[in-house]
Design a protein around this ligand. Structure first.
Ligand SMILES: [Ca+2]
Length: 221
């Protein structure tokens, strides 16, 4: 008898019944020698990030990722997952290494992939957390922190919105510093104040001539 998720009470019960006898609703080892109960594991995984999945981040921001492994079954369950960090570590640096709330899980990072293996007792939840800091904009890769969790061999595909196994945080480009041009009719200011255009080397000037850098001032006589 299976529930909507196909697992019923996550216990495999085997009852030796008399003809016409109905099996009990619940399997308990104390029911006697005619009953065997084998607990079943049911491990599910999901990922989240703070700030939340989909939000824009900026250079210098820290993001904390949480991988949650929950065993909804009654028996101990194997955990074997890969968290692909390559789409994160091109844009950010690890500032707090992955750690698990459950000592039964082993963590190892190799070539930008975090492998999580071990065993989780029935009815328990383990969390793996780590923190990265977004690099300076010019040092980033594709300016999107994309992080995908998957079972080994299941293939690491792209990240779609709402996927509980993956997160995606784009990086805001830095704003161009803008200083408004000074009004030309202010007698207290130079006739042509500098602007962000002039600082960027695109200010007005005779065509075909480059402005020469000034040398040190000559000492006064
Ligand atoms: Ca990336």
């Amino acid at each position: 008898m299976k529930g909507p998720n196909g697992l019923g009470d996550r216990m495999l019960g085997n009852f030796l019944l008399e003809p016409g006898e109905q099996p009990p609703a619940e399997c308990l080892p104390a029911m006697g020698e005619d009953v065997t109960c084998n607990p079943v594991s049911d491990v599910v995984a999901e990922k989240s990030v703070d700030p939340e999945d989909g939000s824009e981040v900026a250079s210098g921001d820290e993001l904390t990722y949480t991988l949650t492994f929950r065993n909804r079954g009654q028996g101990a369950g194997a955990v074997d997952y890969v968290d692909d960090l390559r789409g994160v570590l091109d844009d950010a640096t690890m500032v707090r290494e992955p750690r698990s709330s459950d000592p039964g899980l082993d963590l190892s990072v190799r070539k930008g992939r975090l492998r999580i293996t071990g065993e989780l007792a029935g009815g328990t939840t383990a969390r793996v957390t780590y923190t990265v800091r977004v690099k300076a904009y010019d040092d980033q890769g594709d300016h999107v922190l994309e992080n995908v969790l998957a079972a080994p061999g299941s293939g690491l595909s792209g990240c779609t919105a709402g996927d509980p196994m993956c997160t995606r945080n784009p990086v805001d480009p830095p704003e161009d510093p803008v200083t408004p041009d000074e009004p030309d009719d202010n007698p207290l200011l130079p006739r042509h104040g500098w602007s962000h255009r002039a600082r960027a080397g695109r200010g007005p000037g005779p065509p075909g001539r480059r402005r020469r850098a000034r040398g040190p001032l000559a000492p006064e006589a």
